[in-house]
Design a protein. Sequence first.
Length: 332
Amino acid sequence: MNKQTLIQTVARLMESPKGILAIDESMSTCGKRFAKLGVPETEEKRREYRELLVTAPEIEKYISGYILFDETIRQSTKEGKSFTSILQSKGISIGIKVDQGLADLPNHPIEKITQGIDGLSKRLQEYKSMGASFAKWRAVYTVGENTPSVECMQENAILLTKYATLCQELDIVPIIEPEVLIDGDYTIEQSYETNAKNLDIIFSELRNSNVFISGVILKNSFVFSGKEAGKRVPAEKVAEMTAKCFKAHIPAHIGGIVFISGGQPGDEAAINLNAMYQAGPFPWPLSFSYGRGIQNEALQAWAKNPTDVAGAQVLLLSTAKNNSLATLGKYK
């Protein structure tokens, strides 16, 4: 492990006022989104859409890194230029989603653990040779009467730690993503308790395994209420509760923190991020790593009119700019 290399990669990714764009949807997730919009669910259509995202002019003003999927890191433009070479020419860091989806946690109905540790070191070596300098691993937690269970949190913490260790051995920065799902009618107080307990378990596991915390980026949910909980909690309250939770349960020397958009409606992700900036200062750099929160408008426009790539790219750039402004507390 070269700690200096990890610190430099983290610094590039967390450079203000930029964030990370997640275009790491699996084939099935991408297919579902396409199906809703009437787009054919083919490899060529996925490639065509991702070309739009990768080649967007001036996106590097607002985006420091792209998280790709196994299929995407191997794809090229219609003219045969690899996506990775285009990103590198823009000075954008290449990331890769390395988990392999979710599996049921034995004896825990509805709870999930993440798959993909088997063979991970070999896959990471291949992705590194393709230009990847950071990676991402996602775990999910459902907030309910008896969930998430301690077993679910502990199992996922062990897997996140194994993944982080394998990444750092190869000088790849691990993004760890413990996503508290927005689904449900839970309160903001329940969200606080879940995030606090889960973060304690994760960082305890990371410390015990000697993971280099300054070479890790945490990708976390905001502390907010579930989307079925009725009226949404105001952004100022979300920021207050999130700041309180993070200051108490995340080490001050972590490399950085980026937020998940996680299905927040409309521009709520940007509004919450803007409020977070205003609730600072914080001991760590704070930004975003949004997928849907940046892609949605561009995807809808492209689905309606696939020939107007430039029009869809303008929307992509505009949303990326809005979230960049939110990292400075300047989003209106």
